[in-house]
Design a protein around this ligand. Structure first.
Ligand SMILES: [Zn+2]
Length: 317
């Protein structure tokens, strides 16, 4: 255990080239060093628009991370049983998600690792078929990007963008990093790829511009949060004590209250889900109930992340 911990520390330190020896002893950091670390990626100006399209009170961005088997593969997992848990996402979960969106006539964003797109080409076609959903970047194989050297992360994300463009006919304009991890290189890579937006950071409920090392990047952040994600409420790890403790009704009550708050603030409601998690029967029924509730309120704009990002970016020009 001790050796593993030491190895982990050494690996983490060597893989993050910008770390100084002082970060291993954080109590020795100078004020300037602390400011440099937190300033690498920061929230800039609030991009909440003066109004949403057609006078809507709130923008709702439903997103689905189509991880499927990649969350097992990225940790070198090969167990057919664990892989089948991911396969459920394409075989059972995604058709239910798409049927729900079709029934309600709303558009959503799907963030797809390149390996998942390769394994499930029919899923990519099914997502694109209605013509109003968006597919965005979600890494190559759901890699833990904060453990990678910058050039490796750049190569994987660049290849993933090309793979999605080949699969969909459209260059992705936004990204959600796998597991919302960020390395010191991630925002620079996003800038190099010319991305319109990111949806992986958590500094606000409101859309904002990402600032990197004090410089505005022009990249729109559509912020996320673990309380607005299906994974922590529903996922279990059979090898540990991690067990889902929430019923769909309890999760509904949290998400409804978050939506009600966004509605009152005339703000933004971003929800992150996964077809292999939310796609189970009791949960998709809960999502249907939530969407039905949101639609019962006047002035709710359901949109893709791309549409929301373009609107908030244009509003301040
Ligand atoms: Zn994911």
């Amino acid at each position: 255990m001790f050796a593993v911990a030491i190895f982990g520390l050494v690996a983490a330190t060597s893989s993050l080239g910008q770390q100084t020896p002082a970060t291993a002893r954080p109590w020795t950091l100078t004020d300037a060093q602390v400011r440099e670390i937190v300033g690498r990626v920061r929230a800039g100006r609030d991009l909440t628009p003066r109004s949403w399209p057609n006078g809507a009170r709130v923008a709702v961005g439903l997103s689905f991370d189509v991880d499927n088997e990649t969350s097992t593969l990225r940790d070198s997992g090969t167990s057919p049983a664990l892989l089948s848990q991911g396969e459920y996402g394409s075989r059972a979960g995604l058709p239910r998600v798409l049927a729900l969106l079709r029934t309600h006539g709303i558009a959503a964003s799907f963030f797809v690792p390149a390996v998942s797109a390769m394994l499930h080409q029919a899923s990519v076609k099914a997502i694109m078929e209605p013509g109003h959903h968006e597919i965005g970047l979600h890494g190559w194989i759901h890699e833990r990007n904060s453990q990678l050297e910058g050039p490796t992360e750049r190569d994987l994300l660049t290849r993933a963008a090309k793979a999605l463009e080949m699969a969909t006919g459209k260059r992705p304009v936004g990204m959600r990093t796998p597991s919302w991890d960020y390395s010191p290189s991630t925002i620079q890579i996003a800038t190099e790829l010319g991305l319109l937006y990111d949806s992986s950071l958590m500094a606000d409920d409101r859309p904002y511009e990402v600032v990197a090392a004090g410089q505005p990047t022009g990249i729109v952040e559509l912020p996320v949060e673990w309380i607005l994600d299906d994974f922590p409420y529903f996922w279990m790890d059979r090898a540990s004590t991690v067990r889902p403790t929430m019923t769909p009704d309890e999760v509904f009550s949290i998400w409804k209250a978050e939506f009600d708050g966004a509605y009152e603030e005339r703000g933004l409601f971003i929800l992150t889900m996964h077809p292999h998690v939310i796609g189970h029967r009791a949960r998709i029924a809960m999502l249907d109930r939530l969407v039905t509730y949101m639609k019962s309120r006047p002035g709710v704009w359901f949109a893709t992340h791309e549409q929301i990002a373009r609107h908030v970016k244009g509003g301040l020009r």
